[in-house]
Write a protein that binds this ligand. Structure first.
Ligand code: ZN
Ligand code: ZN
Length: 541
């Protein structure tokens, strides 16, 4: 200091030699606050589940940093980062910033809090956040748990933004003109990894320096859906989708909606399985179809359609007892079927007392199998296949009547159904994708057939097909993530299959059919957290 008056707050000259510093984080770009739709135009039937808010530093611990996005929120493959601006106040206020003052940045890895609520079943909790558990028992809420399964391909690090904020080690220069410093912070690329960043002014002459810190900021994926609704099909519950992907830390935004008529509004996709599948594939392409964003990073396709194939009504061809025999049902001698048998319903003997024939199509009291062939009195059944979440091509269990608790020769109450039974009716489909090296990769496309679904079946089917879009196999046989007295099962199950236990090998838990929710199981959730959609050949991003 030169001569003249002392700075305000100064009682003796040396005070400016040892000023106090106080840091304030004033801006984080690339960080999004959930529950904020920051679009200027919000078309009906669309959603956006987080937005940019000036000055938001995740004080609510809910801030999202998106994978594969630039600071403007647009797709940017393999980029996931924010920029933090800190302001340094000097006290006494009239003192200049000591030349060469820097900001020291500290990165913390807080506990993953998603397994903490009592609503999360411990079996799911210890998949989400394994370092909180000793065996099956929750023993803590421990920090330093990012990248729990080692699937991250990006490493958190700081980057210099411009020379006036020069980065050396974990410190950046403060610009004396603005009293600010800025740093770019790159995060990992598996979702649910989380961070807290601290900033503190540092200078050799400064002894008192108050740091600032962000709240917890978490890595999320963000998916945009192009939603196409056939004019004569029903509206899909777009506003119900996002919460089911919160535990996976994926923000699912229905960004565009378009209603289509004319030849794009089809009563059914086609008249045979093969033709209908081909029509779904064609419908969900950009060339000649409706998916205008096909192949563009971050975009999925979802269509509300009417039917996969024309409606048919199933008839009961036989009702009564039969003999279980592994993968076949043996009809009593003399039974004449009045049509071609396609499905066998097998009733729970404990649940049909007093029910007069014909027994109702009540999902709580029966399971069912597709009939693949008939040999005299024997109806050959297609076993129920169960799959690891990452293996759509090979099942780990093909369960027949013997796995389901019916010993060979046991008498079972059945109905034999003709074609048209809803077990054979496709309610949703995930066309497209790619087969590479003997593995199928799903393609981020789903069609929901609204004329074949009622009530809560719509959101369950939608969540099932959407889970496929994240390149997951179905029929996991798992309970969902939720902890409750009567458990529900993962949306990826088919209603007419049983849930499996956790023994080795896994076995069906009898009469646990028809328990699916719209939620996912722990293995499907962590599969989505760890997955690198940007590398999926089925998507071509
Ligand atoms: Zn499926
Ligand atoms: Zn599952």
């Amino acid at each position: 200091l030169g001569g003249g008056a002392l700075p305000a707050g100064c009682t003796a000259l040396p005070c400016c030699l040892h000023p106090e510093l106080k840091a304030t984080i004033i801006e984080i770009t690339g960080l999004y606050k959930p529950g904020v739709d920051d679009r200027t135009v919000k078309p009906p039937g669309t959603t956006k589940n987080s937005g940019y808010v000036a000055g938001y530093i995740s004080s609510d611990d809910k801030g999202r940093i998106f994978t594969n996005r630039g600071l403007d929120g647009k797709w940017s493959k393999d980029k996931q980062y924010i920029e933090l601006t800190v302001h340094i106040d000097v006290t006494p206020t009239a003192c200049p910033l000591p030349p060469g003052t820097k900001v020291k940045w500290t990165i913390e890895d807080p506990d993953d809090p998603t397994n903490e609520p009592s609503s999360v079943h411990p079996d799911t909790g210890r998949l989400l956040d394994p370092n909180d558990y000793t065996g099956a028992v929750k023993t803590g809420a421990n920090a330093n748990d990012n990248n729990p399964r080692g699937k991250a391909t990006a490493i958190a690090h700081l980057e210099e933004v411009e020379p006036k904020y020069a980065l050396s080690g974990s410190e950046t220069l403060v610009d004396p003109a603005t009293l600010r410093s800025v740093v770019r912070f790159h995060v990992s690329d598996v979702t649910a990894d989380n961070y807290r960043v601290k900033a503190q002014g540092v200078h050799p002459d400064v002894t008192v320096s108050t740091p600032a810190q962000t709240g917890i900021m978490t890595v999320w994926d963000r998916i945009e859906i192009e939603y196409v609704k056939m004019l004569s099909a029903s509206e899909l519950p777009v506003d119900q989708i996002a919460p089911h992907y919160d535990l996976a830390c994926v923000q699912v935004d229905v960004s565009e909606k378009r209603e289509v008529g004319g030849s794009a509004d089809m009563p059914q996709m086609d008249t045979t399985d093969a033709l209908a599948y081909a029509a779904c594939d064609a419908y969900s392409r950009s060339a000649g179809g409706q998916f205008s964003h096909e192949g563009q990073g971050g975009w999925f396709f979802m269509a509300s359609a009417n039917r996969f194939m024309p409606a048919r009504t199933a008839a009961i061809l036989y009702e009564g007892n039969a003999e279980a025999n592994g993968d076949r049902v043996r009809l009593p001698a003399g039974v004449v079927l009045s049509g071609i048998p396609k499905v066998v319903r097998v009733f729970n003997p404990a649940r049909i007392g007093g029910i007069a024939p014909p027994k109702p199509n009540d999902y709580d009291i029966h399971i069912k199998f597709t009939i693949t062939a008939r040999s005299g009195r024997n109806l050959i059944l297609q076993p129920h296949d169960f799959h690891a979440v990452d293996n759509p091509d090979h099942s780990f269990l093909d369960a027949d009547l013997s796995h389901y608790g019916f010993t060979a020769g046991a008498t079972i109450p059945i109905q034999v159904m003709s074609a048209g039974d809803e077990a054979l009716v496709t309610a949703g489909i995930s066309p497209g994708g790619a087969d590479v090296g003997g593995k199928h990769y799903f393609g981020g496309k789903l069609l929901i057939f609204t004329k074949t679904l009622v009530g809560s079946q719509v959101i369950k089917t939608l969540c099932h097909e959407l889970c496929h879009a994240f390149d997951n196999a179905h029929k996991c046989g798992n309970w969902d993530w939720e902890n409750k007295t009567v458990r529900t099962s993962c949306c990826m199950n088919y209603w007419f299959q049983f849930v499996l236990d956790d023994a080795s090998p896994r076995a069906p838990i009898l009469w646990t059919q028809n328990r699916q929710s719209a939620g996912m199981c722990g293995p499907h959730i962590v599969s989505i957290r760890d997955y690198h959609l940007e590398d999926n050949p089925g998507l071509g991003w």
